[in-house]
Structure formats: structure tokens, C-alpha cells
Design a protein around this ligand. Structure first.
Ligand code: LLP
Length: 433
């Protein structure tokens, strides 16, 4: 397995992203700056699409981009250009997709507490599928569909009873989740029975999502089997044939050396073997298969560039290197203690001089990007890069301490293009009265 630093472009020790010099990008756009390598996103999308077609047959599967990982007009256009469907999880994500001209029939609307207004918006705009989370929502959706004189095509969000974590998983406890219908207590079956009776509702499929940043294949295979068994149950007991099986997202990526994701093709092929076998055993015809990656489509394509402010050496305790961003552009370390690889953009590969804790600029001790990373002696004014920040960074960014959100630049064919402008101070007060 290649080291993460070997995947980087490196021109005489200077970091390149998509063939473009990182320091030059920082000079042109300022820092903090998110950079997205669109060519890498496109090649990942292609690998996914080819793998699902190979595993299930042409036209019998679709990759949905889970837009929560990074949602903006340009990411929706990217999904459209690359033939992906889209998972949206709020009125805001749906609005962005519609404004980007995303084909509405390929939008899957998720969420555990969609408001009546959101359901109305989905119905009026002809959203392809609504993934129903609970019975109240089912009733509200029925009403919204009737009002819009439409039929809502639905999937049920199911808790398959498999709680996956990166290196281990347990089969208990998954019933204790705010998402979806449980199988164990019969609520999923009851919801299907209710939906079957509803006039403006058409049952199309079932959906599950077992977790995120997962490296094992087995939990995905097991989840697929549980879902197929539920499909067989509602076919046999209710006479309802479910056409779509959406297996969710969750494929892990390499943040640091030691994270070794399985290639997408292998993942998908292996799961498809189980899906086919179980279908045969249960007498089901092969459903249309959907997979919903977010992190793996955009995560590795992102790099965040910061300017180093100062370095604080607390003898015998710790060295801090302060950057001009932090938890406001990447709250993942503060929230989850997530691993990241950190490099100095103009001295990649130089021997480390010590360990440094990368600190953000918020009035918050926990505002750290990473603790104790090996770096050459950092200097004020240098560009520090954090790798694999394409997923759940911009989309989880915030304005704590009234820090304006950083801009996003996309790279394709070695050409840089602004996707999202830097927020201004006026943007910060635009809704203040
Ligand atoms: N589908 C559904 C229904 C989901 O809930 C998610 C992620 C995905 C697909 C995409 O999963 P992915 O392929 O990205 O793992 N903020 C957290 C991640 C939350 C994921 C929520 N759901 C983080 O920064 O790690």
C-alpha cells in the first residue's frame, strides 16, 4: 500500500495538487483555502460506476453521491456530469441541487425528521425518491403528495441491526438509533403494510446505511443479506415486490498511513456475490442496486491550505503551530479526534525536526486540527497543508468567533477555478437586523 505522502504531487519538495503548485494557489486566493482536485473526483466516480455496472449488469445499478460530504452548486454539477444520482438530506441540499440543474428524478431525499415544508418542496419539484424514516413522516408525505397531486415513490430507511465501526462491529444496539425503522420489533413491516394501503404512496425500495469510514467488507455483506430477507418477507406476506435496494455509503478513505481502504471495485464485487447468492436462495429477482458514497468520492480530492501565524514552544510540554483557520473550517478533530496528515507545502519530504500540534484561531482550547504531528521546524508565514479534507470539512464549516468561511477552488486539467468565494464580513452580518 502506497504511503499517503507518495500520492502527493511533489515538485522538488513543493506540494502540488492536481499538478498545480499549492503555494501558488495560496498566494493567488489567500488562506485558509480549500482546494478540490476535480479530476480525482471524476476518476473515483468512474471507478464506482464501472464497478457497479460490472457487478450487477449495465443499467441495473446506480451510484448516488451523498452530497452532505460536500454540497455546493459545483459539487452537484460534478455529480450530474459524471452520471451519478444524488442523496440530499435537507431542504438546503435539495435547493442547491435544483439550482445546479440536477436531474430531479435522480435525487433521493433522506433525513430522519423532514419537515412538512421540505416534503412539500420535494413533492412539488418531483423529487425521484423519498427515503421514509418513520410513520409520522409517511403520513405527512402521503398528505404532501396528495396536495401536489403526485405519487411519492418511497424507500424505507431500515436499521439492519448491524452497527459497523472501522475495525470491529457489533450486531446489537443498532435498534438504538435515531434513523429509520427497526426490524426486530416489527415496525418496518408495519410501515410497509401501512404504505401499501396509501393512495399517493408507491413502495419502490429499501435503504440502509450502517456507518461511515468503514474498512471491513463483511458488515456491508451482512447488511445486504438482512435487507434482502426483509424484502422477501414483504413480498411473501404483503405481495409487495421491492425493486430497489440502496446499501448506503460508508467506505473508508486514507487519512493517514495505516488506513488501507479496499479498492471500490473489490468492495462492490464482493458484496454483489452475497447479494446474488441470497437472492437466489430467497427466490428474489436481482433488485436495482444503489450505493451512496460521500466521503470516498470527495474526501481524498481535498486539501486545505493555511498560513502559519506563530510557533509556540512550551519546553518539555508541547509545541504549538498556529494557523489562520481551525475548527471553523475543519471541526472533525474537535468533534471526533479524526486523524489527518499534515505537511509543510514548500518542504514536503524534509526530515521532521519535532512534533507539533496544529492549533486553530478560535477562543477554544479544543480548537486543534491535529496533535503531535512530525514536521520540519515550521516558520511564520509558511503554508501548511492538511490532506484529505474534501469530505465533511466545508460542509461542516461554521462561523464561530465570526470567522468567515474559507473559499473553495477546484482544479481540473491543471487549471484552477473558484467554486465558492470567501465569505466577507458583510456576509457575516447580512441576516442581522
Ligand atoms: N447515505 C446516508 C444515508 C448517510 O447517512 C451517509 C452519511 C452517507 C450515505 C455517506 O456516507 P459516507 O460514504 O460519506 O461515509 N460528519 C461525519 C460523517 C457523517 C456521515 C453521515 N452519513 C464525519 O465527518 O466523519
Amino acid at each position: 500500500m502506497k504511503k499517503i505522502s507518495e500520492n502527493l504531487g511533489n515538485n522538488n519538495g513543493r506540494l502540488t495538487i492536481g499538478g498545480v503548485d499549492a503555494v501558488a494557489l495560496a498566494e493567488k486566493y489567500g488562506t485558509p483555502l480549500y482546494v478540490m482536485d476535480e479530476d480525482l473526483m471524476a476518476s473515483t466516480a468512474k471507478a464506482y460506476t464501472e464497478a457497479i455496472e460490472k457487478a450487477y449488469g449495465k443499467g441495473n445499478g446506480m451510484i448516488l453521491y451523498a452530497s452532505k460530504a460536500f454540497c455546493c452548486l459545483e459539487s452537484c454539477r460534478f455529480a450530474k456530469r459524471n452520471g451519478l444520482g444524488l442523496d440530499v438530506v435537507s431542504g438546503g441540499e435539495l435547493y442547491t441541487a435544483l439550482k445546479a440543474g440536477f436531474p430531479v428524478e435522480k435525487i433521493y431525499f433522506h433525513g430522519n425528521n423532514k419537515t412538512k415544508a421540505e416534503l412539500k418542496m420535494a413533492m412539488e419539484n418531483g423529487v425521484g425518491r423519498v427515503v421514509v424514516d418513520n410513520v409520522t413522516e409517511l403520513e405527512n408525505l402521503g398528505a404532501a403528495a396528495a396536495e401536489a397531486r403526485k405519487t411519492a415513490k418511497i424507500l424505507f430507511r431500515i436499521k439492519p441491526g448491524i452497527d459497523a465501526h472501522t475495525h470491529n462491529y457489533v450486531r446489537t444496539g443498532a435498534i438504538d438509533s435515531k434513523f429509520g425503522f427497526a426490524l426486530e420489533n416489527g415496525e418496518a413491516f408495519e410501515a410497509a403494510a401501512r404504505a401499501k394501503e396509501m393512495k399517493n404512496i408507491e413502495i419502490i425500495g429499501v435503504h440502509c446505511h450502517i456507518g461511515s469510514q468503514i474498512f471491513d467488507i463483511e458488515p456491508f455483506e451482512d447488511a445486504a443479506e438482512v435487507m434482502l430477507r426483509f424484502m422477501a418477507e414483504i413480498k411473501n406476506k404483503l405481495g409487495v415486490t421491492v425493486k430497489e435496494l440502496n446499501l448506503g455509503g460508508g467506505y473508508g478513505i486514507k487519512y493517514v498511513d495505516g488506513n488501507d481502504p479496499v479498492p471500490y471495485g473489490d468492495y462492490i464485487a464482493k458484496i454483489s456475490v452475497r447479494v446474488r447468492k441470497v437472492c437466489e436462495k430467497l427466490g428474489l429477482s436481482l433488485p436495482f442496486i444503489l450505493m451512496e458514497p460521500g466521503r470516498s468520492l470527495v474526501g481524498p480530492a481535498g486539501v486545505t491550505l493555511y498560513t502559519i501565524g506563530g510557533v509556540k514552544e512550551i519546553k518539555g510540554i508541547r509545541n504549538y503551530v498556529s494557523v489562520d483557520g481551525g475548527m471553523t473550517d475543519n471541526p472533525r478533530y474537535a468533534l471526533y479526534k479524526s486523524d489527518y496528515t499534515v505537511v509543510l507545502a514548500d518542504r514536503v519530504g524534509e526530515k521532521p525536526a519535532g512534533k507539533y500540534t496544529v492549533a486553530g484561531r478560535c477562543c477554544e482550547s479544543g480548537d486543534l486540527i491535529q496533535e503531535d504531528v512530525p514536521l520540519p521546524e515550521p516558520k511564520a508565514g509558511e503554508i501548511l497543508a492538511v490532506l484529505a479534507t474534501g469530505a465533511y470539512n466545508y460542509s461542516m464549516a461554521m462561523n464561530y468567533n465570526r470567522v468567515p468561511r474559507a473559499p473553495v477552488v477546484g482544479l481540473s486539467g491543471g487549471v484552477d477555478r473558484l467554486w465558492i468565494k470567501r465569505e466577507s464580513y458583510d456576509d457575516l452580518i447580512k441576516n442581522d437586523i
